[in-house]
Write a protein that binds this ligand. Structure first.
Ligand code: GDP
Ligand code: GDP
Length: 436
C-alpha cells in the first residue's frame, strides 16, 4: 500500500524543520553518512500510532532567487501537489501575519485536508493566544512546541484522522514497476524512448492526468511493466520543478513506488557526489537496483575501459555491491536490449522466498565453518533463521544476544546467503532477535 504523504508548510522561521525533525525522530539515513552529502533532509518516513507515512518539509525547498512571497507560495503549491494531508504551521508568539494569510489563501484553493499547528506555545499559559488563529479558517488550531516536543501527539492524531480511507494498490503485484533516476542530462528520457521503441515492446497505456506521474505501461514478451516517471522526464512546467531539491523529492517518490530502480550514470562525466546521493536513496528504500552506464558510445574505449569503470563504480557505491551494471547507449541503442532481462532478474530476486529448511542449512553450515568471535567471553549463538518478508528479502536471525551480532559477522552471513541464493540486484536485510 502506498504510504500517505504529509507536507509541512508555513512561512520561514515558524519552526517547520524543528517539527519535521521531531516527527521523524532518530531515523538515521545512510545517505547522510556518505561523506560530502549535506544533512539536508526534507523527506523522510515517519510513524505515529503504528501508522506509517512520509513527510515533507517544504521549507527546505528553496526556489532559486524567488522573492519571499513567491517562495512560500511555491512551497504551498508543492504541498498541495504532493501531500494527502497538509500541516500548516504558524507562530504563536507573533499571531496571524499577512504571510500566514497568503499561505492560507493558496491552501483554500485545494481540496486537501489542512491541520493547523500553532508552534512555539512552550507553556500552558500561552494557550489562550491561539484563538486568533481560528481566523485562518482551518478549524481548531493545535498548540504545539516543536522545540519542547509538546502537543505533537494531538496534532498527529488529527493528521492521521485525515488520511485517505483506503489507498488501494495502484497496480497488480505481478506488474514490474521501475523508475529511472539520475542527474539531469544523463539520458533518462532517451533511455525510456529507446526501451519503448524496441520491437517487441507494446505500449498499452500512457496515463498522465493525475498529480503524481506520467506512468507508462508496456508489455514485453508477455510480461507487464510500468515505468514510473520522475521529475527528470517530466515536462517541466512550474517554476519549482527545476529546482534540485524538488527533483530529489520527485525521485524519492518515484523510488518509493518502484520495485526496481535504475540508477543512470553518464559515462562521459563519470561519477559525481550527486550520483552517490541518488543511489543511496534507492538502497535505503530497500529497492532492487540496476546501475546503468549510459552514453557508452561517447567515450573512447579499449579492452580495459569497462573494467576500470566498474572499479570506479564499486569504489563509489560500496553499499550497492549487489547491483548489476549495464553499459549501453540510449542514442545508438547498443545493448539496450540487455536492460529488460536485468530488470526481470533484479525484480525476481527482490521477491525471492527461500524455503526455511534450505535457509537454515546454509546458515548453520556458515556458522560451523566460521563461528562468531567471542566478545568479552560471550559468543553469539545462532539458533534459527526465518525469512519474514520479501521486497527486499528480510531475515530474522534468532540468537542468544542480539548485541553480539556485529556488523562484520552480519556481513559474513549476508555474503553466504548471496553465494547460496544469488540475490543479484537486491539488498537483503538481516535482523538479529533474541530467542524467546
Ligand atoms: P523553519 O524556518 O520554519 O523551518 O523554522 P526552524 O525549525 O528553523 O525554527 C526557527 C527558529 O524557531 C529556530 O531558532 C528554532 O530554534 C525556533 N523554534 C522552533 N520551534 C520552537 C518552539 O517550539 N518554541 C520556541 N520558543 N522556539 C522554537
Ligand atoms: P535526462 O535529462 O536524463 O532525461 O536526459 P535526456 O534523455 O534528455 O538526454 C540528455 C542529452 O544526452 C540529450 O542531448 C541526448 O541526446 C543525449 N544522450 C542521451 N543518451 C545518450 C547516449 O547514449 N549517447 C550520447 N552520446 N548522448 C546521449
Amino acid at each position: 500500500m502506498p504510504k500517505p504523504v504529509v507536507a509541512i508548510v508555513g512561512r520561514p522561521n515558524v519552526g517547520k524543520s524543528t517539527i519535521f525533525n521531531r516527527i521523524v525522530g532518530e531515523r538515521i539515513s545512510i545517505v547522510e553518512d556518505i561523506p560530502g552529502v549535506t544533512r539536508d533532509r526534507i523527506y523522510s518516513s515517519a510513524e505515529w500510532l503504528s501508522k506509517e507515512f512520509n513527510i515533507i518539509d517544504t521549507g527546505g525547498i528553496e526556489i532559486g532567487d524567488a522573492p519571499f512571497l513567491a517562495q512560500i507560495r511555491h512551497q504551498a503549491e508543492i504541498a498541495i501537489d504532493e501531500a494527502d494531508v497538509i500541516v500548516f504551521i504558524a507562530n504563536g508568539l507573533e499571531g496571524v501575519t499577512s504571510a500566514d494569510e497568503e499561505v492560507a489563501k493558496i491552501l483554500y484553493r485545494s481540496e486537501k485536508p489542512v491541520v493547523l499547528g500553532i508552534n512555539k506555545v512552550d507553556n500552558p499559559e500561552m494557550r489562550d493566544q491561539i484563538y486568533d488563529f481560528y481566523a485562518l479558517g482551518f478549524g481548531e488550531p493545535y498548540p504545539i512546541s516543536g522545540s519542547h516536543g509538546l502537543g505533537l501527539g494531538d496534532l498527529l492524531d488529527a493528521v492521521i484522522a485525515n488520511f485517505p480511507a483506503n489507498q488501494s494498490e495502484e497496480y497488480d503485484d505481478e506488474i514490474i514497476k521501475f523508475s529511472l533516476i539520475g542527474r539531469p542530462n544523463v539520458g533518462k528520457s532517451s533511455l525510456v524512448n529507446a526501451l519503448l521503441g524496441e520491437e517487441r515492446v507494446i505500449v498499452s497505456d500512457i496515463a498522465g492526468t493525475t498529480r503524481d506521474a506520467i506512468d507508462t505501461m508496456y508489455k514485453y514478451d508477455g510480461r507487464e511493466y510500468v515505468i514510473i516517471d520522475t521529475a527528470g522526464m517530466r515536462k517541466k512546467g512550474k517554476v519549482y520543478e527545476t529546482t534540485e531539491k524538488y527533483s530529489v523529492l520527485r525521485a524519492l517518490r518515484a523510488i518509493e513506488r518502484s520495485d526496481v530502480v535504475l540508477v543512470v550514470l553518464n559515462a562521459e562525466e563519470g561519477i559525481i557526489e550527486q550520483d552517490k546521493k541518488i543511489a543511496g536513496y534507492a538502497h535505503e528504500a530497500g529497492k532492487a537496483v540496476v546501475i546503468v552506464v549510459n552514453k557508452w558510445d561517447a567515450i573512447e574505449k579499449d579492452e580495459k575501459t569497462m573494467k576500470e569503470f566498474e572499479e570506479k563504480i564499486k569504489a563509489h557505491f560500496l553499499f550497492l555491491n549487489y547491483a548489476p551494471i549495464v553499459y549501453l547507449s540510449a542514442l545508438t541503442k547498443k545493448r539496450t536490449h540487455t536492460l529488460i532481462p536485468m530488470i526481470d532478474l533484479a525484480s525476481e530476486n527482490h521477491a525471492m522466498r527461500v524455503p526455511t529448511n534450505v535457509l537454515n542449512d546454509v546458515i548453520m553450515d556458515a556458522v560451523a565453518m566460521n563461528p562468531a568471535p567471542a566478545d568479552k567471553g560471550v559468543r553469539l549463538k545462532i539458533y534459527y533463521v526465518t525469512q519474514v518478508a520479501v521486497k527486499p528479502p528480510t531475515f530474522v536471525v534468532f540468537v542468544n544476544e542480539p548485541e553480539l551480532m556485529h556488523f562484520s559477522y552480519e556481513r559474513f552471513l549476508e555474503n553466504r546467503l548471496r553465494e547460496a541464493f544469488g540475490f543479484e540486484g537486491t539488498p537483503i536485510k538481516l535482523i538479529a532477535r533474541a530467542r524467546k
